[in-house]
Design a protein around this ligand. Sequence first.
Ligand code: TXA
Ligand code: MG
Length: 328
Amino acid sequence: MLADMHTIDIEHAVTVLRQGGLVAFPTETVYGLGADAQNATALQKVFSAKGRPVDHPLIVHIADRQQLLDWAVSVSPVAEQLAQAFWPGPLTLILRRAPHVLDIVTGGQETIGLRVPNHPIAQKLLHGFGGGIAAPSANRFGHISPTTAEAVVDELGAAVDVILDGGACEVGLESTIIDLSRDQPAILRPGAITAADIAAVLDCVVPYSHQDAPRVSGMMLIHYAPRTRTQLVAVHFLPAFLQRLTFEDLPVVCLARRHPVWQRDKLTWVVMPERSQDYAHELYRVLRDVDKGGFKRIIIESVPEDAAWDAIRDRLQRATGSVLHVVS
Ligand code: TXA
Ligand code: MG
């Protein structure tokens, strides 16, 4: 039975974590590459498996909000309110770190990212382990986050000791990150918990951060990127854009929320979901798929401007590393 299998897997996974090994596990957002957050040698392995620069901080996953003070020096009323409203769930809080937290976790910064994931396997793993599990997304640095166990194998293969298979992640995009370590809260990375969700709980608007934060890897322009050249094209410009492709540009694949607007040889069309939650759920899986399809270009039709699409627009802009292609 699946439930029994998970019990066995979890016990083994906990042992592997205690011995300083790496355990990839599902969360509701994406798969994480987990290591004991208090074991510097294990954490080193995370950075080498990912090929990630060591000054990029990791999120520490905890079982519940009662563990916040194990990692943060203090928990403000705002942090408490957000944790109560959204945990377990796809929200990461940046707080001032407790003194014992290892520098390798925080990238030498005075702050720490903390999250309680909402996935039964992640929860069992965290409860079984008891401590914090540092876990970046289980992909090579700069590449697309994995939303299935197969994608973790593709990305990291033998570098991981155990992969817990929880099927496809429900949300499909990384958590919302909110910085509470400064005078004013700021959203560093949009996610499934929207600015409006946060405003409703805090009764005030929290702005997106526009500050230059090079060590927040999610803030780098080209991040979450496929290997194939990927372009974002404005909805109205799409037919003209496709028409202008030359023989050298082909074959191409186009991801759009409508049926084909232009038929031509060597153009593959992928119809993307209409609703933002469904689109988010599918996006990385589709990108990963088409990235292996031997296309010369991936063309993505732009998505709506409203707030429900903020996280998706953010990831699309990063995947393409460019501004929108508009009618010229
Ligand atoms: O949904 C998620 O957040 C997934 C799952 C596995 O929990 N994790 C994830 O981790 O996306 P990662 O490392 O791929 O992205 C975490 C982001 C990075 O951009 C990192 O720089 C930022 O969080 N971060 C972590 N600690 C931080 C801190 N103390 N200050 C600012 N940014 C921080
Ligand atoms: Mg990542």
